[in-house]
Design a protein around this ligand. Structure first.
Ligand code: ADP
Ligand code: ADP
Ligand code: MG
Length: 641
């Protein structure tokens, strides 16, 4: 076994790898960019080496600098995590050339699966069912349009080098093909440096079911069952689970064997995932799944598999990379109970899931879940990297119990300082179709409005927010001498005036609510009709209240001011980003919802749409411009009347 390894990654996955290495008595070296000098993964590692500036191209993607750090610190092996250099065969080659071990498959195996088109061709040869489509070299738009017509709509255009759901467009109508082809190619080029695409039949009622495989350097390979990742938004996984709802022994064996066949076809060693698209109409079938791609690395959602098998996949990675055989035979791999993982992101669900940035003023995770995180309270979510805050993984004896645990763990999680998707994840846990195991990749899009609707704020939480805004509850209510006389004050939350009257020590009348508070550690025990525990926070002009699995956050404003300051005549950048494309021009008459401009932020494209029917008065930016949050992009002619 190695005595010291370097982790060529950051965030939660770097922390997770360090945990296992420590457990195995292996010393760890972290690498970090300037933005991460005080990051959690740096603090956890035995040593840490600075590798450059904040942008990934100047730090986490600098393979040579990272290899040099490994040599200088005496690390014998490099774990790439996921993302960054994890699926870069040249990096694997260079590590070997430096006399070090890459904790992952061979460079040739990565290459074989690196491009989705070549991988599909290879899998076809190996006898693994693949999605029907065109995955050849000809990239002429007219030729590709013909192929799409032949395959039959709907089709899916995929950047062949794509990943993380990027560079992918579903097309239902031939009239939209050309525009979507250009979009997928542009995103492929921007994110992966490769504009080539493939065209696939879009499988209706699609479910995403993937198989965790594990190979070793001795030609053995096993599967550790499946994960269902059908709960997706824009082809990105949101909640994953294992086993897959409705899975049978026969289908599991068929999918598992196909995945092992795929792995063996490329001499696969280490952890890998074979992703299948599954026709979910009418139950799972042995002939109803098709290979999509293989991810030649540890997957974000691997904890789900760890929960049902009891296997530490990172431990297996280290063992296999050190030359040991796969630790368990196929028939000895356990499958116990049910597990879910939810990905908590800094993102604004109400604003079309825009990635958010900010300071984690307050961070507390719920109980009963495994927490994988790369941040602590007081850290920042910067615009440089993936805005994931944490993954919560729960395990239970059956699906219903595990899902209830996930709902509870999310409800108890408190994050203040930036916008997160926790409320949305909680709504997913309560979705009746999901609760019944009726999953498909279209579920979120179909029910988005209901899932996003957080309802009217609970009046007790809003009342508590008013108290927090006035710094009212006193942690030492009986200290000193106080003369109590009813005293009424006012506070404005999101433009709404709220009156607060003190009725006695920590006893208040807020609007129609009477509340009694008692300190309970850092939180409060509240009696407002019923009793419950609440966390009250105030940072600057923001107040946050967490109670009863709910969150109410508000800004203290001036009387009469509206929280929604979005003027109808101006369109501003919702976040810092790069203007990729401007399709609007001054004088142009547009319909509500028309695409005016494409902004790229955090490697994703966001289309800026017309907020209403009208005429474009001015366009203030051109393609290629870097804009800051709130920058004025476009103006519309004021509306008549
Ligand atoms: P897949 O490639 O099948 O989507 P993963 O879910 O493991 O598999 O994610 C793939 C890559 O995409 C990872 O490297 C991850 O960092 C990145 N990724 C996943 N979700 C996001 C997201 N919301 N924003 C940015 N990057 C993401
Ligand atoms: P990535 O590398 O971005 O993960 P994938 O090829 O794994 O790309 O596809 C991502 C997601 O897109 C899948 O999980 C699935 O939801 C959807 N998808 C991919 N191919 C198809 C298809 N042929 N039909 C329907 N949905 C698909
Ligand atoms: Mg994928």
């Amino acid at each position: 076994m190695f005595t010291k390894i370097l982790i060529a990654n950051r965030g939660e996955i770097a922390c997770r790898i360090i945990d296992t290495a420590r457990k195995m008595g292996v010393a760890t070296v972290a690498v970090y960019s300037d933005a991460d000098a005080n990051a959690r993964h740096v603090a956890l590692a035995d040593e840490a080496v600075r590798i450059g500036a904040a942008p990934v191209g100047e730090s986490y993607l600098l393979g040579d600098v990272i290899i040099q750090a490994a040599l200088e610190t005496g690390a014998q092996a490099i774990h790439p995590g996921y993302g960054f250099l994890s699926e870069n065969p040249d990096f694997a080659d260079k590590i070997a050339a430096a006399g070090l071990t890459f904790i992952g498959p061979s460079a040739s195996a990565i290459r074989a699966m690196g491009l989705k088109d070549a991988a599909k061709a290879l899998m076809e040869q190996a006898g693994v069912p693949v999605v029907p489509g065109y995955h050849g070299a000809n990239q002429d738009p007219a030729f590709l349009a013909e192929r799409a017509a032949e395959i039959g709509y709907p089709v899916l255009i995929k950047a062949r080098a794509g990943g993380g759901g990027k560079g992918m467009r579903r097309v239902d109508d031939p009239a939209d093909f050309a525009e979507n082809l250009a979009g997928a190619a542009r995103e492929g080029k921007a994110s992966f440096g490769d504009a080539a695409v493939l065209i696939e039949k879009y499988i209706l009622n699609p479910r995403h079911i993937e198989i965790q495989v594990f190979g070793d350097n001795h030609g053995e390979a096993v599967y550790l069952h499946e994960r269902d990742c059908s709960l997706q938004r824009r082809h990105q996984k949101v909640i994953e689970e294992a086993p897959a709802p409705g899975m049978t022994e026969a289908v599991r064996a068929a999918m598992g064997q196909a995945a092992v066949k795929a792995a063996k076809a490329i001499g696969y060693s280490g952890a890998g995932t074979v992703e299948f698209i599954v026709d979910g109409a009418g139950g799972l079938r042995e002939n109803g799944f098709w290979f999509m791609e293989m991810n030649t690395r540890l997957q974000v959602e691997h904890p789900v598999t760890e929960a049902i098998t009891g296997v530490d996949l990172v431990e297996w990675q280290l063992r296999v990379a050190a030359g040991q055989p796969v630790p368990l035979a196929q028939e000895d791999i356990p499958l116990n109970g049910h597990a879910f993982e939810a990905r908590i992101y800094a993102e604004d669900v109400a604003r079309d899931f825009l990635p958010a940035t900010g300071h984690l003023h307050h961070l507390k995770f719920g109980t009963g879940a495994r927490v994988d995180t790369g941040v602590r309270q007081g850290d920042d979510i910067s615009p440089f990297y993936d805005p994931m805050i944490a993954k919560l993984t729960v395990h239970g004896p059956d699906r219903a119990i595990a899902l209830a645990s996930l709902g509870r763990a999310l409800g108890e999680t408190e994050i203040a300082g930036l916008t997160t998707n926790i409320g949305f994840l909680g709504a997913l846990c309560r979705h009746s179709g999901f609760a019944q195991g009726q999953v498909d990749t279209g579920l979120i899009a179909r029910d988005l409005e209901a899932l996003r609707d957080m309802g009217t704020p609970n009046p007790a939480l809003r009342a508590l927010a008013a108290l927090a805004a006035l710094n009212l509850p006193n942690p030492q209510p009986h200290a000193g001498f106080t003369q109590w006389a009813p005293l009424t004050r006012h506070v404005v939350l999101e433009g709404e005036d709220i009156s607060v009257t003190s009725l006695g020590p920590n006893r208040f009348q807020v609007g129609d609510e009477t509340l009694q508070l008692a300190p309970a550690g850092p939180a409060w025990r509240v009696t407002a009709g019923r009793q419950f525990t609440a966390t009250l926070l105030r940072f600057g002009d923001r107040v946050d209240v967490f109670a009863q699995g709910q969150h109410y956050g508000a800004t203290i404003t001036q009387p009469g001011a509206s929280a929604d300051e979005a003027g109808g005549d101006t369109i501003r950048a919702p976040m810092p980003g790069l203007v990729k494309l401007v399709s609007a021009a001054a004088g142009q008459v547009v319909k509500k919802g028309a695409a005016l401009m494409v902004l790229e932020a955090m490697k994703m494209e966001h289309t800026m749409a017309a907020p209403r029917d009208g005429t474009i008065a001015a366009v203030h930016v051109a393609a290629g411009a870097q804009v800051i949050d709130g920058a004025l992009l476009l103006e519309m002619e004021p509306q008549d009347g």
